[in-house]
Design a protein around this ligand. Structure first.
Ligand SMILES: *[C@@H]1O[C@H](CO)[C@@H](O)[C@H](O)[C@H]1NC(C)=O
Ligand SMILES: *[C@@H]1O[C@H](CO)[C@@H](O)[C@H](O)[C@H]1NC(C)=O
Ligand SMILES: *[C@@H]1O[C@H](CO)[C@@H](O)[C@H](O)[C@H]1NC(C)=O
Ligand SMILES: *[C@@H]1O[C@H](CO)[C@@H](O)[C@H](O)[C@H]1NC(C)=O
Ligand SMILES: CC(=O)N[C@H]1CO[C@H](CO)[C@@H](O)[C@@H]1O
Length: 493
């Protein structure tokens, strides 16, 4: 049976919002999401969790922060989906698919809450105050389950009124124009200004077993997969043979790879042979698929289509990577499960000959770096004719893939620890010490201008960054660092 219960507290919160925000005080910035959830509460809790850092080990505090962040994301998403569901006003019944999605979201939120509960129980050192606030949060969440269908219907009415009120308000308020940024690269928002975080820091389900790998989100996802996260764990420092999927950030953090549970009618998706249907522990009717969300790309013994090195990336429903033992970019199509490739220019260095490095060490099999930005996929590499300097090529989404425009830079590849691309601008990092990495270099493909004095620092959670990529969908940097999946916010302008 569908459970509608979860939906209404949002309405309750919305009606509170309405009382608290009289029309004359609202502004055009007012967004329903910001008001609908106790974000202020979450923020207080997060603030407190940050304060705890001085009392708890940084790792523990970050784990807690990651959980809270996952929770906050889920709540916002839940609210958004609820709004969509309400707009699907089909007269009497909500779209069945929307209900599935909301049910799954509730399951994930519950799993997160449970993990949060377990985690906080471990923190005997947390101040009583913080514990109390976490308790309050849990109480709020428990309330989410205590309403019935009738109230859902009422909630829809209130929401519609609120929307109309907001609309009226919007038209009455003058919008001041936002000053436009200096053009830089292909986006309006200007050059990279800072990198803050880490925002997420998790080992997911692997608990340190895979030191090398990559993770992120598809910037151009297939329909219904826009919240999925992917991970490619390398089985050695050299290769990997599958990509693993999670239906959301929180699913990745708590380590449940079950994207099929929200894709009831999808074609494609993980190979299901080894999974099993599990009934929820608390006797709920909801069944959940707990299978390995792995999509196999090549046999476990390395073959020509095996993934070589950690710097791979998912874009437009396909994984781009360095083909095993070749100077070529492979593209694995997730729909057809087939691989096509494009050879790089003659003289391209591969098989760990021109890696990313720092003074002490080079990162094995990092000759090719596949990265994404607003315009698609790029590959960074070097050739003998470029004398070991970074070369950048656009990878075109043709069938098979092909190389587009190419630039040669004046930065030596082995003096760089990794690269990423944002708004048509290539950025390179170098290793400062075990705690700090610096974005020191940029190359603007729109002007050909190089800058060796970027001077933006990244706080590391672990010494070695094996993969680094920018995601244009959320302007985050995704880092895989000594078995940890870490993300940062990229700020521009
Ligand atoms: C948290 O965990 C404790 C101990 O397992 C349990 O008694 C309590 O009910 C849990 N609280 C919530 C809100 O899940
Ligand atoms: C909007 O701007 C116009 C012209 O500048 C002004 O007459 C009007 O009072 C403004 N409205 C509000 C709500 O501030
Ligand atoms: C970048 O962010 C860090 C921490 O978030 C801050 O300490 C630093 O001052 C910022 N740097 C710039 C140039 O804004
Ligand atoms: C994957 O293959 C399908 C079917 O040929 C095609 O429609 C789709 O564009 C391909 N995707 C990519 C990313 O190449
Ligand atoms: C223990 C602790 O630091 N509690 C603080 C949590 O955050 C609120 C609001 O910022 C403070 O008032 C508490 O003192």
């Amino acid at each position: 049976m569908m459970k509608l219960s979860a939906i209404v507290p949002l309405w309750a919160l919305l009606s509170l919002t309405q009382q608290a925000a009289p029309r004359e005080k609202c502004s055009c910035d007012l967004s329903l999401e910001e008001k609908a959830f106790p974000h202020d509460k979450l923020q207080t809790v997060e603030g407190n969790a940050t304060e705890c850092k001085t009392h708890v080990t940084p790792e523990k505090a970050l784990e807690l922060e990651s959980l809270l962040l996952g929770l906050e994301k889920r709540l916002t998403q839940l609210h958004n989906d609820m709004t969509i569901l309400e707009n699907e006003d089909d007269g009497e019944l909500y779209g069945v698919l929307s209900l599935f999605i909301i049910e799954n979201e509730m399951v994930e939120i519950r799993q997160l809450m449970n993990k949060l509960n377990r985690t906080t129980l471990e923190y005997q050192v947390l101040t009583a105050d913080t514990v109390q606030q976490l308790e309050d949060l849990k109480t709020e969440m428990t309330k989410l389950e205590k309403f019935d269908t009738m109230e859902v219907m009422k909630g829809r009415k209130v929401n519609r009124h609120l929307k109309i009120a907001l609309q009226t308000c919007k038209s009455g308020v003058n919008v001041t124009a936002v000053p436009t940024q200096e053009p830089y690269g292909t986006c309006e928002r200007g050059p990279l200004r800072n990198v803050t975080g880490p925002v997420v820091n998790t080992q997911g389900e692997f608990s340190g077993n895979y030191p090398y790998g990559a993770w992120g989100r598809d910037p151009k996802p297939e329909v219904g997969k826009d919240r999925w996260y992917w991970v490619v764990p390398l089985t050695s420092s050299q290769y990997a043979n599958y990509v693993r999927f999670y239906s959301s950030l929180s699913a990745l953090i708590i380590g449940v790879s079950n994207p099929e549970s929200r894709m009831h009618n999808s074609g494609g998706g993980p190979d299901d042979e080894d999974g099993e249907w599990l009934e929820e522990e608390d006797g709920e009717e909801l069944l959940q698929w707990r299978g390995p969300g792995n999509i196999q790309i090549s046999p476990s013994n390395p073959a020509s289509n095996t993934i070589q090195g950690p710097n791979n990336v998912l874009y437009g429903g396909a994984l781009y990577y360095n083909c095993y033992n070749q100077d070529a970019v492979c593209r694995f199509n997730l729909t057809t499960k087939t691989v096509t490739n494009v050879k790089l220019p003659k003289g391209t260095r591969y098989n760990s000959k021109s890696n990313f490095c720092h003074l002490e060490n080079c990162f094995l099999f990092t000759d090719l770096d596949l990265i994404t930005d607003e315009s698609g996929v790029w590959v960074v590499y070097t050739t003998t004719q470029a004398l070991g300097n970074l070369v950048l090529s656009k990878v075109e989404e043709t069938e098979p893939p092909s190389l587009g425009k190419t630039w040669t830079t004046s930065v030596y590849k082995q003096s760089v620890s990794n690269t990423f691309m944002a708004c048509g601008v290539l950025y390179a990092t170098r290793y400062i010490n075990t705690n700090m990495e610096e974005v020191f270099y940029s190359f603007d493909t729109t002007t050909g201008m190089e800058n060796f004095k970027v001077g933006i620092f990244i706080n590391k959670v672990s010494p070695n960054i094996y993969s680094l990529n920018y995601s244009p969908v959320d302007q985050m940097l995704y880092v895989y660092s000594d078995a940890k999946m870490v993300s940062y916010k990229a700020l521009f302008g």
